[in-house]
Ligand binder design. Structure first.
Ligand SMILES: *Cc1c(COP(=O)(O)O)cnc(C)c1O
Length: 475
């Protein structure tokens, strides 16, 4: 394939005929005696541990990493996810930020930690145009849920009984889930013909029952909601609040602020906008910003500056805790490091390049790309099955885009190159997209060919996952 297109590559595989990757302990292991003060019935006598040299260890994990695809392998244009490269200097900062500080320590003995914490609250408030920010929620979705609880507490505090949350049909599934989890009824807002909020439809959806309108701006088609000021007025006129889903904040960094548009609550996906790792189930962070009137409802503990330092406190009408202590502190330290390294100019530069890259790439594709011009992402429409297109793109050495969402575009390929890719990488991406556009159904349906794992049965992977090598071994 590399001969044909100059950009294909084979992922590493194990070639010794094993059904799965050998474990380190299968290579060489030894029994180690276990001595512990625990009761006998809770312990074993010995433990089998891998017994390998450092080079063997390094090769094992390097090989495993080569059987996978990551942002360090090539472009990763997964739309809405903002898969930007995570610069490694932030890891050094996180290591230096001292993860060993016990969260129960007296505030006076951890002033440096609290200062960095307060500093990040301020950075984020400034970037979003918000008055206060909690760093506690552990993901964007958890931030949404926190924001919805804050809105609920606010309305209850005012004696208003509001039962509905309005959400556009192009919104992320977590918006619907967050609203429902907090006990609200969801009113779905159909998109207008130009892919944006339709003001007549909004008028019809709003009522005295409206607690919140949740919006992404630019929306999931990469389109800016030009009527946002009017939208905010309409929501506020019925006594509702406006929530900003921050997943697409990368498009606006340093240029426009949700707070200035009339949003009252927002979350920040730090793993999208501020280059912290995309968990993979690991620790993440989804801070939430609010306007002044809502600060008193934020989770506890919150951190603020005092005359001679920093302190933790419980906001007056706090909704309680949404995570232990101060959230995932080391992820937050990386966020602070990234923002301060970029500075004001760097943030403006990031959004400029993110938007330029999306529009350049959209122009290169042999696919229909409805709507546009775009902000940081666009949604192309495939003539073939979008999931097959995605699988086949892996054979060309690039990660595919997000597929089949938003549903308002047929066979959607939602694509977000991010500011991190240069022209060569964008051209490589375009070549992969366009090569696949010309291929027949049979090729697409049997793809991928060049990856370590071929086509995976996604339904059983989701419903009947084998999470341990032992279950696989027993079969
Ligand atoms: C990623 C995303 C979310 C959820 O954020 P997580 O941090 O993954 O929980 C919400 N809305 C949109 C539009 C997103 O892209």
């Amino acid at each position: 394939m590399s001969d044909d297109h100059g950009n294909g590559y084979d992922q590493a595989r194990w070639t010794d005929g094993d059904r799965y990757v050998p474990l380190l302990s299968e290579k060489n292991s030894r029994e180690v005696a276990v001595e512990t003060p625990l009761p006998d019935d809770l312990t074993r006598d010995s433990l089998e541990l891998p017994d390998v040299s450092e080079p063997e260890l390094a090769r094992h994990y390097t090989r495993l990493s080569q059987m996978n695809y990551g942002i360090e392998s090539g472009p990763f244009p997964l739309g809405s996810c903002t898969m930007k490269y995570n610069p490694s200097f932030t890891e050094d900062i996180a290591a230096a930020a001292d993860g060993a500080v016990h969260p129960d320590r007296d505030g006076e003995t951890v002033q440096g930690t609290l200062e960095l914490y307060a500093q990040l609250q301020e950075y984020l408030a400034d970037i979003g145009g918000m008055d206060a920010v909690t760093l506690q929620p552990p993901a964007g979705a958890a931030g949404e849920f926190t924001g919805v609880l804050v809105a609920q507490a606010y309305h209850e505090h005012n004696g208003d009984n509001k039962s509905e949350i309005v959400i556009p049909d192009s919104a992320h599934g977590t918006n619907f889930a967050s609203a429902a989890m907090a006990g609200f009824d969801v009113v779905e807002l159909p998109s207008g013909e130009d892919g944006r909020v339709d003001l007549d439809a909004l008028e019809a959806a709003l009522s005295d029952d409206t607690a919140l309108l949740m919006l992404t701006n630019p929306n999931t088609l990469g389109l800016f909601e030009r009527d946002i000021v009017e939208i905010a007025e309409m929501v506020h006129d019925v006594g509702g609040l406006l929530y900003y889903d921050g997943a697409n904040l990368n498009a606006l960094l340093g240029r426009a602020r949700p707070g200035d548009m009339g949003f009252d609550i927002m979350h920040y996906n730090v793993h999208k906008t501020f280059a912290t790792p995309h968990g993979g189930g690991g620790p993440g962070a989804g801070p939430v910003g609010v306007s002044e009137d809502l600060e008193r409802f934020l989770p506890t503990p919150h951190v603020r500056a005092t005359e001679d330092g920093y302190e933790r406190y419980e906001p007056e009408n706090s909704i309680g805790k949404v995570h232990g202590f101060h959230g995932n502190w080391l992820v937050l330290a990386k966020t602070a490091a990234y923002i301060s390294r970029l500075g004001d100019e760097g943030l403006v530069d990031a959004s400029a390049k993110a938007v330029l890259n999306a529009n350049y790439l959209a122009e290169q594709l042999d696919y229909e790309v409805p709507f546009g011009p775009f902000h940081h992402e666009f949604v192309a429409s495939a003539t073939q099955d979008a999931a097959d297109v995605a699988k086949r793109m892996l054979d060309y050495g690039v990660h595919p885009p997000t597929t089949k969402w938003p549903e308002i575009v047929d066979e959607a390929l939602m694509t977000e190159p991010t500011e991190g890719e240069n022209k060569r990488a964008l051209d490589q991406l375009a070549a992969a997209f366009n090569a696949v556009a010309d291929e027949d159904e049979e090729t697409l349906e049997s793809a991928p060919e060049r990856t370590a794992a071929r086509r995976i049965d996604q339904v059983s992977a989701a419903r009947d996952p084998q999470l341990s090598w032992q279950t696989l071994d027993e079969e």
